[in-house]
Design a protein around this ligand. Structure first.
Ligand code: PGA
Length: 246
């Protein structure tokens, strides 16, 4: 069993005063048995790094370019994230797949770019409601993960995977612990077949995780922690979720 991991995904939320208050509260509530990390908007990385440096809390970004450098206006490279001290970067979040047209192959190349600079990619997979209702959940998440496994080859065991059913993200509609566990077991089996080291890998669950459902989700054998959106913006809620993981 890996050490539990809880990752905040602030999305496009925050302001300098609000971030300072939130991070101060999370620092004050230490220690956590789980590893805790914050994936913040790019422009807040420096301040987040300065605030968290010297603590065991980690930080990261919400996206990364597939390219190393060059004429890619608006893009941020893995090397730049590494310079900001990032440990993690989200890749393939459903909001990037939906709103920015990111497909499986691009997501896989982003994961590779991250690993190449020593960042741990948190690879997000998950089905839409229509896909679940059509009985395609397993096929969809396996297809999404397989693209990354193929791209990373012998380094595949170094990624973190996050299962986030699209219908449960920001909707308040939760996957039951059993529904989530069923998909996590599929993902772990796929990772095991590819790496032989899946028991040591981290598979997070994300999608409307709140203080009142976190413990039941994290108690599932193949759920190693959470990727938390809305609830990560409230210090009391996020602290409670971090505690539920440890
Ligand atoms: P949510 O978001 O916790 O607000 O559902 C999770 C995510 O999108 O990572």
């Amino acid at each position: 069993m890996p050490r539990p991991l809880v990752v905040a995904n602030w999305k496009m939320h925050g302001s300098r005063p609000a971030n300072a208050e939130l991070l101060a509260a999370l620092l004050a509530a230490r220690p956590y048995a789980a590893e805790v990390a914050f994936c913040v908007p790019f422009v807040y990385l420096h301040e987040t790094a300065a605030t968290l440096a010297g603590s065991e809390l980690r930080w990261g970004a919400q996206d990364v370019s597939e390219h190393a450098q060059g004429a890619y206006t608006g893009e941020i490279s893995a090397a730049m994230l590494a310079e900001c001290g990032c440990r993690y970067v989200l890749v393939g979040h459903s909001e990037r797949r939906t709103h920015h047209g990111e497909g499986d192959a691009l997501v896989a190349r982003k994961a590779q770019a991250a690993l190449g600079r020593g960042l741990t990619p948190i690879v997000c997979v998950g089905e839409t409601l229509a896909e679940r209702e059509a009985g395609d959940t397993e096929a969809v998440v396996k297809r999404q993960l397989s693209a990354v496994i193929h791209q990373l080859a012998h380094c595949a065991a170094e990624m973190v995977v996050a299962y986030e059913p699209v219908w449960a993200i920001g909707t308040g509609r939760q996957a039951s612990p059993e529904q989530a566990q069923a998909v996590h077991a599929v993902l772990r089996a796929q990772l095991q077949a590819a790496t032989g080291r899946a028991q040591a890998m981290t598979i997070l669950y994300g999608g409307s995780v709140k203080p009142d459902n976190a413990a039941a989700l994290f108690a599932q054998p193949d759920i190693d922690g959470g990727l938390i959106g809305g609830a990560s913006l409230k210090a009391a809620d996020f602290t409670a979720i971090c505690r539920a993981a440890g």
